[in-house]
Design a protein around this ligand. Structure first.
Ligand code: IMP
Ligand code: MG
Length: 422
């Protein structure tokens, strides 16, 4: 399969965790390249549910190497808890996990700043996961951040952390928030540094070394195209490059070594947090929530739901260079009689075939819909393309054609076996 980048083609939560898990079978190394523990990837193995936040889902397969690349921001306390949680249920985490020494570290003051800014934004809040992701990337860009290499430099950690805590506490106080307690931060981060030290290395020569030996790499995207800092619905975005280009900068593997981009999208649309969602629809939201679906893996928040938005997915195909599509959650539409698909936006007299960059224009856009007849049959037991109802096949073909990429996987449920290769 060569080196594959897997990205979300919508607003995150497209079901990437499951598709990555399925594709991992054909990969040797799985690499996370952006985001932090704001992500939540749900994977089911038999009856066991795993929610992963920072560790690539490849960890659940024997013999696969997992890399947390330089583009990721790491909350070390959360990472330690995730490693121990996996170990406690019998998943091996040892030399199969490698962490970049240049990945930036998330500190408690980042979380406090994240929460405080959200509060101060009032009704204009972004709806972040409050994991400190934005402020941590902010420090990276401002060149004041600490990196994993600093965290595991145990002799000098206290000095570095003290300076950062002093500055950030001044900021927190100025914003009316509670300062963090230096002694506690030091104790916790020293302990985490000691625990994580064996995992931390320079992942760039590491990745080039395994590639030289013929390893196939799978780049695991987090969040989705429209949460990308540059290409998303700014400012209602996350603070990293979630799109395919991020896989290069976030890992040190150059563009010409990438062979294929797989885009994952739901058969409908969802979003958590604030910001425009042109096809948002109450009926489909309550239908899906009523089925117990579409609650966030990280924060438990109910996701906002809407019809499939082909304007958005076509733009995602363009920005990411999507070759193949994986369409998930088809079974979510099993009971719908008539299914809408957005094929354009209307704004006054103007029509858009792409997402307007101006957030106010986008928020005021009305979707132009076309309709498809539903199949009104359960699909969760379908094992092949031919077993799918004819209307479901027609719908899948239409949305992949509208998106402009080849359909390669259809998912009809959370299980590994509920995966159809087209
Ligand atoms: P942050 O990444 O916590 O700063 O949140 C910024 C925006 O991205 C908010 O709208 C979040 O709900 C959204 N977001 C962050 N991570 C995820 C994810 O893994 N899935 C879906 N939405 C996410
Ligand atoms: Mg998620």
């Amino acid at each position: 399969m060569g080196n594959t980048i897997l990205v979300g083609a919508q607003w995150g939560d497209e079901g990437k965790g499951k598709i990555i898990d399925v594709l991992t079978e054909q990969a040797d190394v799985v690499v996370r390249y952006a985001g932090g523990n704001n992500a939540g990837h749900t994977v089911w193995v038999g009856r066991q549910k795993y929610v992963l936040h920072l560790i690539p889902s490849g960890i659940l397969r024997r013999g696969k190497l997992c890399v947390i690349g330089n583009g990721v921001v790491i909350d070390p306390l959360s990472l330690v808890a995730e490693i121990q949680g996996l170990q406690n249920i019998g998943v091996k985490v040892g030399r199969n996990l490698v962490i970049s020494e240049t990945a930036h570290v998330v500190f408690p003051y980042h979380r406090e700043l994240d929460a405080r800014r959200e509060l101060l934004h009032g009704k204009n809040k972004i709806g972040t996961t409050k994991r400190g992701i934005g402020p941590a990337y902010g420090d990276k860009v401002a060149r004041t951040g600490l990196r994993m290499g600093d965290l595991v430099d145990l002799d000098r950690l206290a000095e570095k952390v003290s300076a950062r805590v002093r500055e950030n506490n001044r900021l927190l106080k100025a914003l009316g928030a509670k300062p963090v307690v230096l002694k506690r931060v030091l104790a916790e981060y020293l302990q985490a540094g000691r625990f994580l030290k064996p995992f931390v290395t320079n992942t760039v020569p590491f990745l080039h070394g395994v590639m030289k030996r013929g390893a196939r790499l799978l780049f695991e995207g987090a969040q989705g195209t429209f949460l990308d800092l540059d290409h998303g619905t700014y400012p209602y975005v996350t603070s990293s490059n979630t799109t395919a280009g991020g896989a290069c900068t976030g890992s040190g593997v150059p563009p010409h070594r990438m062979d294929r981009v797989v885009g994952v999208m739901k058969a409908y649309t969802t979003r958590v947090g604030e910001g425009p969602l042109p096809t948002e629809n109450k009926e489909i939201s309550s239908l899906l929530h009523g089925m117990g679906r579409e609650f966030g893996a990280t924060t438990g928040r109910a996701r906002r739901c809407g019809w499939f938005d082909a304007v958005a997915t076509r733009e995602a195909a363009m920005v990411n260079g999507i070759d193949d599509l994986a369409i998930t959650n088809l079974d979510g539409l099993d009971t719908v009689a008539s299914i809408k698909v957005c094929i354009g936006y209307r704004h006054g007299k103007k029509r858009f075939q792409y997402l307007p960059s101006d957030i106010r224009t986008l928020s005021a856009c009305a979707p132009i819909y076309t309709e498809f007849a539903g199949w009104q049959t359960p699909t969760e037991r379908c094992k092949s393309w031919r077993e799918l109802p004819a209307n479901a096949r027609a719908y899948l073909k239409a949305i992949s054609e509208l998106t402009g990429a080849k359909l390669c996987i259809v998912s009809v449920g959370p299980g590994r076996e509920q995966t159809i290769f087209v």
